[in-house]
Each structure stands twice: as structure tokens, then as C-alpha cells.
Design a protein around this ligand. Structure first.
Ligand code: AHR
Length: 507
């Protein structure tokens, strides 16, 4: 470890910023690799403890995260999923080929009822992503009716025949996915018209109010966002379609290399570490871009920005199916997550939801499982758990006023410190990341606007950024208490290299 550098972070505890929706801590589970099958769902006949086939060890681990919402069934899979194939007796459900992900046979044993049961077990709100690419307006409209309508109707009778009398509550609905690519290779204007058409028939049944989310851009494709906004807004005029969809999504993955050669999750050098953090920090520029376009068309911020896929994307683990996107998860991934959350908190006035890809066994997962009952909590899992106090809290301005000089690589710069803070229920929560892979950081938390008591610090770090957890070593990266001392104008903490910390305070 080289000599410690220092930082001072000024936090205005009495200056309320935007509310941090708990839905910024949302999740995503696709029929992809071992996420649904083996990860969440093992079937009723499994030796592993399960309820209706859903793994209870996985549910128990995830319940500690207070998952606010779960997006399903894709991703790319959503646009070839036909929901009626996934209801009724399992033996009668037709199979299909999952052409996007490994060309494996999908037996449809995990369908609508199983997903809703999973959401109930997790305490998560369902975010169902409908099929535009290869589906029909009628099919999607009937799915909403099947899920959310009460009383008597053709879809309600079918739902009841399948064992569920009461309608479910489904707050979030996606109108296709990545329509510019796997969701149909459409042009923005063509998709925008389709989204209007589909949204028209996605009805609010009874008390269920849908938040309809149009499938948005890749990265910083602001023209796509603008095309969607033009399709629903009527600037300066009285007539025109309004409120057809309530949210617009976009996807942003931290791919540090190229799509052909993304790099290893655990075997990387210091330059690859820096490139990763630089790419992750660029999410702020991308959110600013989409927000600026939205501000022009929707100054009252009635339409929310939804980042419904984000996270690291590495080469698959050696020896695993390339179509299954199974990757390890190291301390570096945890820092990618922690700095994303700082950015999300800063932009919470427009960014209303985010879903990490994906919850179990795929991409930047919370959990890695095996079929013998092994459930590994990844470093990323611990960031979600340590940051839970930000759910539905009020963000407060957090200024990193002194910090080490930004690191430069390939003409790009990277801040070595990331931080954010919020207040809720008489407590404040401060999150700080030391992104420097080699130097420790002495941090002064310069807390203004309120007296603070009972500081409680937690630290997530490891011997190296490559450190990760396995079934044999599940706690190589795990939270530990962090000493918090009185400082010159507040509190002082020392963060080891490549570490993430939270400090909780009574106000
Ligand atoms: O999360 C994996 C895939 O990434 C999703 O299916 C797709 O939407 C995106 O390209």
C-alpha cells in the first residue's frame, strides 16, 4: 500500500435534494443461462428446500436486500416470450428454443404464476416486460388482463382455472426491450409509433395503475430518447397524445474492453481496473445527456428515466457456455456498483428506477449458486445491502472538495473518490468509495447543518481488487466494522485502497 492521500467531503445535511426512489435498487431476472433455472427455480422435485420450485436459500439471501422490484422475463428473451405457453399444468406447457441465450430448450415451467410467487416471496414489486418484437398487441393486452383484472372476463376465468382467484398488483410494465437490436431491429420512429399503439391497449384494470415503460436507448443514443419524447409530447399545443407511457428506459453496461474481448472478471491488471472505473463513471455523462433531452420535452418531469439494465459485463468464466453469461464478481465490481449508486442519488430527480443485470448467476450478480446448495454472496451483493438505508431517503448535497488529483489513462480521467449521502427517519447515511487501487485515503466528513451522534461505520474491502467470493471462501470480501473518529470539522475515517464504506449517523 502506498502513502495515504486525503479527501474532504462536505455534506449539507439540512439541504434536501431529490428523493431517492427505492426502485433505483431494482433487479433483473431473465431466462438466460442459470438465472431462472437452477438459480431461482429448481422445480418442486428438487432436494433443495423450495416453495413451489423456488429456491428458498436464494430467497432468504435476497430478502436481506429489500429488493424493491424485479424485472422479468427479459431482456432479449422478452421479445420471443409468449406468456400463454407458461401457464397451466406444467406437463402441458409447450417448449421453445431460447435462441438468444445458448439455443437451449425452454420448457416454460417458470411462467407467470411462478414469477408472481417469486415476487411475493421476495417482497418485490413485479416489473413485467412484454413482447413487442414477435408478439401482438392482443397478446400483451390479454396478459395485463390476466394478471390484474378482477371480476369476470375471459382472461380472469383462465387465471382462476389456473388456481389464482385474486388479481395481482403489477405496477411496472415494459413495452418491448432493446427495440433497436434484439427486440426487432427497428428504427426509433417506427418503434415510437408501436409503443404508442401498445401502450393504448395496456389498460389500467380496477385499482391497478400501470407505469408503462417504453424501450429506450443504448448508452448515449440521445436521438432514440428524443424520438420517444416526440411521440408522446406535444410541445406548445393543446392536443396530442399524452401520458401514453410514463417512463423511458435506457441500458448502460460497463464493458471495459471491447464487445469481442471484454476481459476477465478476476484476472486483470491495474490498467484494466482503471479502464473499468473510467467506463463506469461515464454513466453520469450519459444520464446527464438523457436528462437534458427529457428536460427539453418534459420540463415538469412527468416522464421518468429508467435504467433497466446496468452493470459489468466480462468474458464468461472459462469452461462455461458462452451463451449463459456466467461471470465471477470481484471487489472491482463492488466499486462499479457503489459509484453507480452515487451517480443515481445525484440524478434522482429524473432517474426513477434502475435494475442491475442480473440477480443470480448472470453478469453482475448478487448471488452465484451451485446445484448442491451453495449460495455465494458476491461483493456487489454487499454494496446493495450496505446502501439499503438510501431507499426512499432524501438525498443531500455531497461535495468532494479536496481529493487526490484525478487519474489519467488514454486521455480519459477518473476521480479517485466517489460519495453520496441521504437522510431518512432521523438518520443520515453517507457512502464513500476509495477508488484508488493502491493508496489508502484519509477522509474528513465535514458534516454541516445538523448535529450528529452515534456514528456507525462499515467497510467493504479485500486484499486486492481481484478478490472474490467462492463456495470454499464465501467471505473473502465481506463487510466489517469501520472505525469512525472525531475529525477537525466532523468525522474522520481511513479507507484502504479499493474500498467502499458507509457511515450511519443519528441526527
Ligand atoms: O442482460 C443481458 C442482455 O443484455 C439482455 O437480454 C439485453 O437486453 C441486453 O443486451
Amino acid at each position: 500500500m502506498s502513502i495515504a492521500s486525503s479527501a474532504r467531503i462536505v455534506i449539507d445535511l439540512d439541504v434536501p435534494g431529490p428523493a431517492i426512489s427505492r426502485h433505483l435498487y431494482g433487479h433483473f431476472a431473465e431466462h438466460l443461462g442459470r438465472c431462472i433455472y437452477e438459480g431461482f427455480y429448481v422445480g418442486e422435485d428438487s432436494d433443495l428446500p423450495n416453495e413451489g420450485g423456488i429456491r428458498l436459500d436464494v430467497v432468504e439471501a435476497l430478502r436481506a436486500l429489500d429488493i424493491p422490484n424485479l424485472r422479468w422475463p427479459g431482456g432479449c428473451f422478452a421479445d420471443e416470450y409468449h406468456w400463454k405457453d407458461g401457464i397451466g399444468p406444467k406437463a402441458d406447457r409447450p417448449s421453445m428454443v431460447n435462441t438468444h441465450w445458448g439455443n437451449v430448450e425452454e420448457n416454460n415451467h417458470f411462467g407467470t404464476h411462478e414469477f408472481m410467487a417469486l415476487c411475493e416471496l421476495l417482497g418485490a414489486a413485479p416489473y413485467v416486460n412484454g413482447n413487442v418484437g414477435s408478439g401482438t398487441v392482443r397478446e400483451m393486452s390479454e396478459w395485463v388482463e390476466y394478471l390484474t383484472r378482477d371480476g369476470d372476463s375471459p382472461m380472469v376465468r383462465e387465471r382462476k382455472a389456473n388456481g389464482r382467484d385474486e388479481p395481482w398488483t403489477v405496477p411496472f410494465w415494459g413495452i418491448g426491450n432493446e427495440a433497436w437490436g434484439c427486440g426487432g431491429n427497428m428504427r426509433a420512429e417506427a418503434y415510437a409509433d408501436l409503443a404508442r399503439q401498445y401502450a393504448t391497449y395496456l389498460r389500467d384494470h380496477g385499482d391497478n395503475k400501470l407505469y408503462r415503460i417504453a424501450a429506450g436507448a443504448s448508452d448515449d443514443d440521445l436521438a432514440w430518447t428524443e424520438a420517444l419524447l416526440k411521440a408522446v409530447s406535444c410541445l406548445g399545443c393543446e392536443k396530442g397524445p399524452k401520458n401514453l407511457f410514463q417512463g423511458i428506459s435506457f441500458h448502460y453496461y460497463t464493458v471495459a474492453g471491447t464487445w469481442q474481448n471484454k476481459g476477465s472478471a478476476t484476472d486483470f491488471d491495474v490498467d484494466a481496473y482503471y479502464r473499468t472505473i473510467i467506463k463506469a463513471q461515464d454513466i453520469e455523462r450519459v444520464i446527464r445527456g438523457h436528462s437534458a433531452v427529457m428536460d427539453a420535452y418534459d420540463p415538469d418531469r412527468k416522464i421518468g428515466l429508467v435504467l433497466d439494465e446496468w452493470g459489468t459485463w466480462w468474458d464468461v468464466e472459462p469452461g462455461t457456455n458462452p451463451g449463459f453469461l456466467y461471470q465471477q464478481n470481484a471487489m472491482r465490481d463492488a466499486l462499479v456498483a457503489s459509484l453507480h449508486f452515487d451517480v443515481f442519488h445525484r440524478h434522482a430527480e429524473r432517474l426513477v428506477m434502475a435494475n442491475i443485470a442480473q440477480t443470480v448467476n448472470v453478469l453482475q450478480a448478487m448471488l452465484l449458486t451451485d446445484n448442491d446448495g451453495g449460495v455465494v454472496r458476491t461483493p456487489t451483493y454487499h454494496v446493495f445491502e450496505m446502501n439499503k438505508g438510501h431507499h426512499d431517503a432524501v438525498s443531500v448535497p455531497t461535495h468532494v472538495v479536496e481529493q487526490p488529483a484525478a487519474y489519467e489513462l488514454d486521455g480519459k480521467t477518473m476521480d479517485l473518490v466517489s460519495a453520496s449521502a441521504s437522510v431518512k427517519d432521523g438518520r443520515a447515511l453517507v457512502s464513500v468509495s476509495n477508488l484508488d487501487p493502491v493508496a489508502a485515503l484519509d477522509v474528513v466528513l465535514d458534516l454541516r447543518g445538523a448535529d450528529v451522534r452515534e456514528p456507525a461505520g462499515r467497510l467493504l474491502t479485500a486484499s486486492k481488487p481481484q478478490s472474490h467470493n467462492t463456495v470454499g471462501g464465501p467471505d473473502a470480501v465481506a463487510p466489517a466494522p469501520l472505525e469512525v473518529e472525531p475529525g477537525p470539522r466532523g468525522l474522520r475515517i481511513t479507507l484502504p485502497p479499493h474500498s467502499f464504506a458507509t457511515v450511519s449517523l443519528a441526527l
